[in-house]
Design a protein around this ligand. Structure first.
Ligand code: SF4
Ligand code: SF4
Length: 448
């Protein structure tokens, strides 16, 4: 029995009969018609980070699609099957690479939701995931960590602990990912456009972005105002649900999405702006996340249609604020959920190239994930470190003085990898680079 209406068309007949020991139940299993789009050509293999790491077919997009098909045709969810699904970073590099247009993003999202509902994880795994999801999607809880984290860093305890090398892999990963904190006052609830108003935008402050990278939000607000936007920033926005939906916790994600839509529906705005890649990709999918909910389906689709990554909106509006020179060489890293999931690659580069005297360098193997992938680096610390080390080496090889990217997870992951390699490189969000140019702050403002 299907428990709800299908948001993405009628399911194939055989799917409706799934039950019992089959891997998937009838509530949104991976769709057989999408699986059938895969022609097994293998063009996606070399762009898949897990296939690149292990060379195992079952850890490639093609192999995972094969396993989904096995699950649809009666195979039960085994430890091994779940492990291959779990190992997928959800980076969507395979979606970019696939010449047949296979919608692997939809397939893995449906598969993950089934795994979360139907598979009994080991107690340690369950406890770790429960702890992660009791913390990360809650901005207030994350903000409470700022004080102890700042003390841990300022007293030199973090350096001592890192040097001791005594931490087990999980704690060592968390230790290395902890970002350097800056004190920034919270943004006001509304900021007026400078000069002629061109648009009104609602802005997501985000969980990790808001708690650990408030300077990125401040820069975002200043740029938007400088480019003629009124910015609406209601407090208490909560989580957008990205982390939950990307990890199969669909009900939780839907409840976060409803709350965010309600919060912003109290205001008038033309666009909804996001400066974190992972959040942007899930906000653009609210229409399908809430398609089964008659009270929200239409509102969610209308909301999604107005979502823009910051770089997309600035590109769409065109610049009005004068740019001042930033004589420096920067490397731009495509966050997977911006480049692969949203197809936003040209806009951030165009914005950076529009800054006088700034030189932009490309990073080798840009399609390969840095290993952050939401919480993947916490759940899989060793392969994540390997991917992070590769990315850091490619970044260093550009000779750039600054790494620019648009996702807090990538920043933390690359910073940890650079530190392991004994290297240091300044990092900034695209918003901070534009802000420094518009305010004529010079390159030194970005090298801290
Ligand atoms: S989403 Fe990334 S890790 Fe997963 S199969 Fe595709 S390329 Fe591989
Ligand atoms: S997912 Fe696309 S690229 Fe990969 S094997 Fe299937 S058809 Fe080929």
């Amino acid at each position: 029995m299907v428990d709800a209406t299908w948001g993405t068309g009628e399911p194939p007949r055989d799917v409706l009969s799934l039950s019992g020991s089959s891997a998937f139940d009838a509530s949104h299993p991976p769709r057989a018609d999408l699986i059938a789009d895969c022609v097994h050509c293998g063009f996606c293999l070399t762009t898949c980070p897990t296939y690149t790491l292990w060379g195992n077919e079952a850890d490639s997009p093609r192999g995972r699609i094969y396993l989904m098909n096995q699950g649809l045709t009666g195979e039960p969810l085994s430890d091994s099957m779940v492990s291959h699904f779990d190992k997928c970073l959800g980076c969507m590099s395979c979606v970019t690479a696939c010449p047949s247009g296979v919608q692997y993003d939809k397939l893995i999202e449906d598969t993950r939701a089934q795994v979360e509902r139907r598979f009994e994880r080991r107690p340690a795994d369950r406890a770790l995931r429960a702890a992660i999801f009791a913390l990360f999607p809650y901005p207030r809880r994350l903000r409470l960590l700022r004080g102890p984290l700042a003390a841990y860093q300022k007293t030199g305890l973090q350096r001592l602990v890192t040097r001791s090398g005594l931490l087990p892999p999980l704690l060592s990963t968390l230790n290395s990912l902890a970002p350097r904190l800056r004190r920034v006052p919270p943004p006001p609830r509304r900021v007026a456009a400078r000069g002629t108003r061109r648009a009104v935008v609602g802005m997501l402050t985000g969980c990790v972005q808001g708690a650990f990278f408030p300077e990125v939000n401040s820069a975002t607000v200043r740029i938007l105002a400088a480019e003629g936007c009124d910015v609406v920033i209601p407090p208490g926005q909560g989580c957008c649900g990205a982390l939950s939906v990307h990890n199969g916790r669909r009900l939780e994600a839907a409840s976060f999405a409803r709350r965010l839509i309600d919060t912003f529906s109290r205001f008038e705005w033309d666009y909804f702006v996001v400066n974190a890649a992972g959040c942007g990709s899930s906000l653009k999918e609210y229409g399908s996340l809430l398609a089964d909910d008659p009270a929200y389906a239409e509102r969610a689709a209308a909301f999604s249609a107005k979502v823009r990554d910051l770089s997309e909106l600035l590109d769409e509006l065109g610049p009005v604020a004068p740019r001042h020179p930033l004589p420096m060489t920067v490397a731009y890293h495509d966050a997977c959920h911006l480049g692969h999931a949203q197809g936003v690659r040209t806009q951030p580069r165009a914005l950076l190239r529009g800054i006088p005297e700034l030189t932009l360098r490309e990073i080798a193997d840009p399609e390969l994930c840095c290993g952050s992938a939401g919480i993947w680096n916490i759940l899989n610390p060793e392969p994540a470190a390997e991917l992070g080390d590769r990315k850091a080496a490619n970044i260093l090889a550009t000779g750039a003085a600054l790494l620019v990217t648009a996702n807090p997870g990538c920043m933390m992951q690359v910073a940890a990898a650079l530190e392991r390699q004994g290297a240091s490189l300044a990092m900034a969000h695209t918003a901070q680079v534009l802000d420094a140019s518009i305010r004529n702050l010079g390159p030194s403002s970005l090298s801290r």
